[in-house]
Write a protein that binds this ligand. Structure first.
Ligand SMILES: O=C(O)CCC(=O)C(=O)O
Ligand SMILES: [Fe+2]
Length: 353
């Protein structure tokens, strides 16, 4: 059977992992098992408990007395980790959004399927990047929606159950836009880039939201919630609703778990900021692992600059002995490359000059 897709902008239908978990299987189906003959998976399967993801205090970034110190911390976090947790950010919609997502995933499958992906699109309730019936599957269910700009919304895929889902998501994405703009402006400050073009480009930017449900798994060490990857975003803002580490980042060859902090936002650099900073900041590899008894929910906002902004190294960071490392592309060229990439090749390497 030929099940190959032309582009990664659509994905094959897969079973619901929540439904699978509800049947209380003793073993996971073979299609989810990652450890048969895959050495890499075994070597990387434990997380380093001695390393911790840096914390960035937003209140200190906006306060003139503490800004320099905190900017330096931000610079080190971006340079050495590519990820940090933001505290004291003042965003008020996280909890409400978390409740809506929880209630959505609690609906019967039939009800969730009203909002299912349609052929040729990644939006809606379903799965991403599944291109063959042989491919190993992630232990998660998700719903993916484009939220900003408003004209990108496909409201026919936006759940109306629970009843406040839509209005809560509207508020949440607006909050994420504000947060992304300020983080990106502090990132450009930390790099000494005095132009505001980059941070402004996130004002009219694109905000796509992926809501994940990772059900409990009878053999958690044999599966992955999400396979290792780096994000194609500018930055990614993630809210974690679990009380155990599920998200892990690769740091110097070791997986480091993100210890959830209630009310914090996990921010990571994506490929676009990697290109724009000419590789000074890199998009980190990360993955999600799952738990034997507990479900985990996460909400992930992929933040992109506006479509009229080229994806290219900032002028100030190249020249005078600094070689340009990445290609300069239009927004459309960048996405074209991303959706037509080969899943077994490094996307970021394909962007190098
Ligand atoms: O849910 C998580 O912890 C990770 C999700 C993620 O990396 C993604 O959706 O790109
Ligand atoms: Fe990711």
């Amino acid at each position: 059977m030929d099940t190959k897709n032309e582009s990664l902008e659509s994905s094959l239908k897969v079973p619901s992992v929540q439904e699978l978990a509800l049947q209380n299987p003793k073993k996971v189906p073979q299609r989810y098992v990652r450890d048969d003959g895959d050495d890499d998976f075994c070597t990387f399967s434990s997380s380093d408990p001695f390393l911790t993801i840096p914390l960035i205090d937003m209140a200190k970034l906006v306060n003139a007395d503490t800004q320099q110190d905190q900017l330096h911390k931000l610079h080190l976090a971006c340079k050495h980790w590519g990820v940090f947790q933001i505290v004291n950010h003042g965003v008020s919609s996280l909890k409400n959004m978390g409740n809506q997502v929880k209630r959505f995933f609690e609906l019967p499958l039939k009800e969730k399927k009203i909002w299912a992906q349609k052929p040729g699109s990644l939006e809606g309730y379903g799965q991403a990047f599944v291109t063959s019936e042989e491919q190993k599957l992630d232990w998660n269910d998700m719903i993916f929606l484009k939220s900003l700009p408003i004209q990108n919304r496909k409201l026919d895929l936006w759940p109306q159950n629970p009843p406040k889902f839509r209005e809560t998501l509207e508020k949440y994405s607006e909050d994420m836009r504000q947060e992304a703009k300020s983080i990106v402006s502090f990132i450009t400050l930390a790099l000494g880039l005095d132009d505001t073009k980059i941070s402004e480009s996130f004002h009219e930017g694109l905000y796509d939201i992926r809501m994940n449900c990772y059900p409990p798994c009878p053999e958690p060490e044999r599966v992955l919630g999400i396979v290792p990857h780096a994000d194609n975003s500018g930055i990614t803002l993630l809210t974690d609703f679990a009380d155990f580490p599920g998200l892990q980042f690769l740091k110097d060859g070791k997986w480091v778990g993100v210890e959830p902090i209630e009310g914090a936002i996990v921010a990571n650099i994506g490929h676009i900021i990697e290109v724009m900073t000419n590789g000074i900041y890199k998009a980190p590899e990360h993955r999600a692992v799952v738990n034997k008894t507990k479900e985990r929910l996460s909400i992930v906002t992929f933040c992109y600059p506006t479509a009229s902004m080229d994806i290219a190294p900032a002028e100030k960071l190249v020249g005078e002995g600094n070689k340009q490392v990445y290609k300069s592309m239009t927004h459309a060229e960048y996405f074209n490359r991303f959706f037509n990439r080969k899943l077994d090749e490094s996307f970021i390497d394909s962007l190098r000059l």
